[in-house]
Write a protein that binds this ligand. Structure first.
Ligand code: AMP
Length: 292
């Protein structure tokens, strides 16, 4: 559609003002795209904005470091916050609104409601970070009421998150299209992430192991290897680079259950820690004639 407003984006913190603006634009026949983020924007976020701009007349980007999706001892306090630099990046891309609420704008004092998704939210990140996906689902639902867009854009980088959001939207009948966009990477393959800023030079070098393990998984998958042999190969790459592994798995792409014997799209998922930095990545694997 090639939308995108000229000039300064409007910065809003009030959910009711945000909602009024979006509803007015939609009433005027404008298709509105929404990119939810936690800020510290990089080229991965920018690619979502560009896709939204291509599909929609107007684009809104939220910047909100959501406390309810961080567990105790996680990096909520030190998560990078850089609204000015983020605003400059978004100005250059013709974004109409930046929605940057404070915690108290989004969650009323004494809030006692959370959205709980089961199914795709249970394994992997859900098992390692209890409450994380409930926090994600809660904030995404809350953001969708403040910002009732036609479509919302999410990165395949957080594969399991896309499944959780899609399931919530389906189950609750939320009136928004979910669009999943490809992962943007550094030249050596490391997936762009706001958390990469935590890595020191040595860990930054080791971090390429995640992508290498996924490329190996892809090669072995196409060669017809059994899932457990692929997973073993992935673990070997990660351990050789000193990544403290949370999981390395090949599962059905939509259910995250075991890969069935009939041809099914799969996904290789990997998560691990380098020092105090936790990184995740994944690669989609197309259906192959005979999964084991
Ligand atoms: P975050 O700010 O990390 O919560 O991410 C906001 C959105 O950007 C999510 O939908 C992420 O999946 C997406 N995203 C993060 N990193 C990348 C990347 N490297 N490529 C594409 N999308 C990304």
């Amino acid at each position: 559609m090639g939308g995108g407003s000229a000039g300064q984006p409007r910065l809003l913190t009030s959910p009711t003002e945000m909602r009024d603006e979006v509803l007015a634009a939609r009433a005027a026949g404008r298709r509105v795209g929404f990119v939810p983020t936690m800020g510290a924007l990089h080229a991965g976020h920018a690619s979502l904005v560009d896709r939204a701009t291509a599909d929609c007349h107007e684009v809104a980007v939220s910047i909100f470091v959501n406390p309810t999706q961080f567990g105790p001892g996680e990096d909520y306090g030190r998560y990078p916050r850089m609204l000015e630099a983020d605003t400059r990046l978004l100005e250059r891309r013709g974004v109409r609104w930046i929605f940057a609420p404070r915690v108290e704008d989004l969650y009323p004092a004494g809030a006692a409601t959370r959205v709980v998704v089961e199914g795709p939210a249970l394994p992997f990140e859900g098992a390692i970070r209890p409450g994380h996906f409930s926090g994600v689902a809660t904030v995404v639902c809350r953001l969708f009421t403040a910002l009732p867009a036609d479509a919302a854009y999410f990165g395949a980088k957080d594969w399991q998150q896309t499944l959780v959001v899609k399931r919530m939207v389906r189950d609750l009948g939320l009136p928004v299209d979910i669009v999943v966009c490809p992962t943007m990477r550094e030249p050596d393959g490391l997936a762009l992430s706001s958390r990469n800023a935590y890595l020191d030079a040595a860990d930054r070098g080791r971090a390429v192991a995640l992508h290498e393990s996924l490329l190996l998984a892809e090669r072995l998958w196409h060669a017809g290897a059994a899932v457990d042999a692929i997973e073993r190969g992935m673990r070997d790459v990660l351990e050789a680079h000193g990544v403290a592994l949370d999981y390395a798995a090949v599962v059905a792409a939509e259910s995250l259950g075991p890969v069935p014997s009939q041809p099914t799209a799969a996904v290789a998922l990997v998560a691990g820690r380098l020092g105090s930095t936790r990184l995740i990545d994944n690669r989609e694997l197309p259906p192959r004639p005979s999964a084991d």
